[in-house]
Design a protein around this ligand. Structure first.
Ligand code: PMP
Length: 350
């Protein structure tokens, strides 16, 4: 399969906007080309449109070439970029799974692209036969999410590889929560499959959700096309600099991840022992999904007492779900304290 054939014709032929800074970025010169303010304050100049310094660090960290990396204003921007670049409005379609991260279908709807939604199996895994039934010549992207949001389970890498092999469309593997698991990333498959796009983010384990930095890893031909489509200055100067600084603290990162994983185990055991929940799903991410017939009341009880969780009611597979992010020790203690009150029918705020 030629990757070019997946890209919309108008995008393949696009003459991109040329930023003022494209050619002379590294020159020691007087810049009178971009109508910027000449008064230095650390961010009076436009940022590097290709985020070279940050990309260099990330490429090294992820063991890929910088040409295989694209950065977005959050990975949400990259989801939109992919759909816009590959799918012809009103003609093409994408395949997503339910329950799942809903941004894929929102981006598709914005771009007038059909969404083919397939229910996961009872074990919350994709049913590959159903994918084959739904996939046609206008299917441009299949979105997978592993570790899965909102369940927290993993899709085996061998299944992902097989899907890349048999599909003549793009396979996007959203690994937003990959840093919380020992399972290997699909990045290792990139050399073999041109139709694979791996999505990661600095918003979760790296603690930079407020900076808005998403990462895409893929074949260099596709990355080159996406670079032409993205807004030229999509990542600000301060976000780039702060990320470069934060990424140097690998020990801090490892400690934080270890802490979340310890707390995840503690919460999991406490949830199981509480007897409150119908189901408590083991998780490879930084959240735990639980279900209860009283989900709505419990959710509102927690809310009244200052803890915000996320209701996930996505029938037919997931009813009465609450997705609970793993917080720090104190936050989790507070949650467990409230759950104990709930069990004992003691309602503090009432
Ligand atoms: N993918 C998944 C599965 C997510 O859960 C999220 C965030 N909730 C994102 C992508 C978007 O992350 P970002 O902050 O990088 O836009």
């Amino acid at each position: 399969m030629e990757i070019e054939s997946l890209i919309r014709k108008n995008i393949r032929e696009l003459k991109p906007y040329r930023c003022a800074r494209d050619e002379y970025e590294d020159m020691d010169a007087v810049f009178l080309d971009a109508n910027e303010s000449p008064f230095e304050n650390g961010f009076n100049r436009y940022p590097d449109p290709y985020q070279r310094c940050l990309k260099f660090i990330l490429a090294d960290f992820k063991q890929v070439a910088a040409e295989n990396v694209i950065l977005g204003n959050g990975s949400d921007e990259l989801i939109d970029l992919l759909i816009r670049s590959l799918c012809r409005p009103g003609i093409d379609n994408i395949i997503v799974f339910s329950p799942g991260y809903t941004m894929y279908e929102v981006c598709a709807a914005i771009n007038d692209v059909e969404v083919r939604k397939i229910n996961l199996t009872v074990n919350f895994l994709p049913d590959w036969r159903k994918v084959e039934q739904q996939r046609d010549c206008c299917t441009k992207i299949i979105f997978l999410c592993t570790p899965h949001n909102p369940v927290g389970n993993i899709i085996p890498l061998s299944d992902i590889e097989n899907l890349c092999k048999v599909s003549d469309c793009m396979v996007v593997v959203d690994e937003a929560y990959i840093d919380f698991t020992d399972m290997p990333s699909a990045i290792g498959l990139l050399e073999r499959y041109e139709n694979l796009f791996v999505l990661q983010t600095l918003s979760k384990a790296w603690g930079m959700a407020g900076l808005r930095l998403g990462m895409g890893f893929a074949n260099e031909k596709l990355i080159a096309v996406l670079n032409r489509v993205k807004p030229p200055y999509n990542i600000g100067v301060l976000a780039q600099q702060t990320a470069v600084r934060t990424l140097k603290d690998r020990d801090g990162f490892r400690n934080n991840v270890a802490c979340i994983r310890r707390e995840r185990e503690r919460l999991l055991q406490a949830f199981l022992q509480s007897g409150i929940f119908e189901k408590v799903y083991p998780s490879e991410a930084n959240f735990i999904l639980v279900t209860s017939p009283q989900a709505d009341e419990l959710y509102r009880f927690l809310l009244r007492n200052g803890i915000v969780t996320r209701l996930r009611d996505i029938p037919p597979l997931l009813t009465g779900g609450i997705r609970i992010t793993v917080g720090n020790r104190e936050e989790n203690d507070r949650l467990l304290g409230l759950l104990a009150c709930w069990t004992n029918k003691l309602y503090p705020s009432e």
